[in-house]
Design a protein around this ligand. Structure first.
Ligand SMILES: [Zn+2]
Length: 231
């Protein structure tokens, strides 16, 4: 009996600590707000990788293989048009355990749109995603071009947390893998959400840079995680 009581005294605080530290729990139970989140929930030496404008038939499979190899869980911000073109890639992204982000239907600048028009567009994107993956969770929304306008409140009303970023590495240029590596190594700050792309062009350099940077970050004590659900 004494041993059992000792075990209970030891285990309960451990269990409480473990549950409190599980980000997936916060993802599921925390309602979104209209605050634009640009950080992880944990802070400290944590960073979150997010990939926009896919899925893309050339880049996304290569990126998914790299993320699996390096055991990185990331966020994919998808456009409805690309989802309709490559529904199988959406299923693959979800099967790998990554998180989905609505990035509008046609990658329009939504900054001047009415809430009603925004809502229709965001619902169209979600419908495309759920045609590929029924009941898919879509915890985030990111406005194309960072042109938020009235989108944050609409996204929150549809259950999606607006997702910004603290670091964008201009990988759309593209400037060369080593330049991207330098931009990541010099630009990443504690808790930062990082914006990169797996769509919109050849993203070989982005994928290579992620492959180089991740082991270096981990060697320096950094942990890769997902963004917070509120600001
Ligand atoms: Zn975009």
């Amino acid at each position: 009996m004494a041993a059992a009581r000792t075990m209970t005294r030891l285990l309960v605080p451990l269990l409480v600590a473990a549950v409190g530290a599980t980000p997936a729990r916060a993802d599921r139970s925390t309602p979104p707000t209209s605050a634009i989140v640009d950080s992880t929930a944990q802070g400290g030496r944590t960073v979150s990788f997010t990939f926009d404008d896919g899925p893309d038939p050339q880049n996304t499979p290569r990126l998914l293989k790299l993320l699996r190899q390096q055991q990185i869980r990331a966020v994919f911000c998808l456009t409805g048009d690309n989802v309709l073109a490559s529904p199988g890639l959406v299923r693959w992204i979800v099967a790998e355990g990554h998180l989905l982000c609505n990035h509008s239907t046609h990658h329009d600048d939504l900054s001047t749109w009415t809430p009603e028009a925004i809502r229709a567009d965001l619902l169209e994107t979600n419908a495309a995603i759920r045609a590929a993956v029924p009941w898919a969770r879509i915890p985030y929304f990111r406005a194309p071009f960072g042109a938020w306008g009235r989108t944050p409140a609409v996204a929150a009303s549809l259950g999606m947390q607006p997702l910004g970023w603290r670091l964008a590495i201009s990988d759309w240029e593209p400037p060369g893998t080593e330049v991207l590596v330098d931009r990541l190594m010099n630009g990443i700050t504690e808790g930062a959400v990082v914006l990169m792309h797996d769509g919109g062009g050849d993203r070989t350099q982005t994928i290579e840079a992620v492959g180089e940077v991740t082991p270096r970050l981990r060697a320096d004590g950094w942990r890769l995680t997902v963004p917070a659900r509120r600001g």
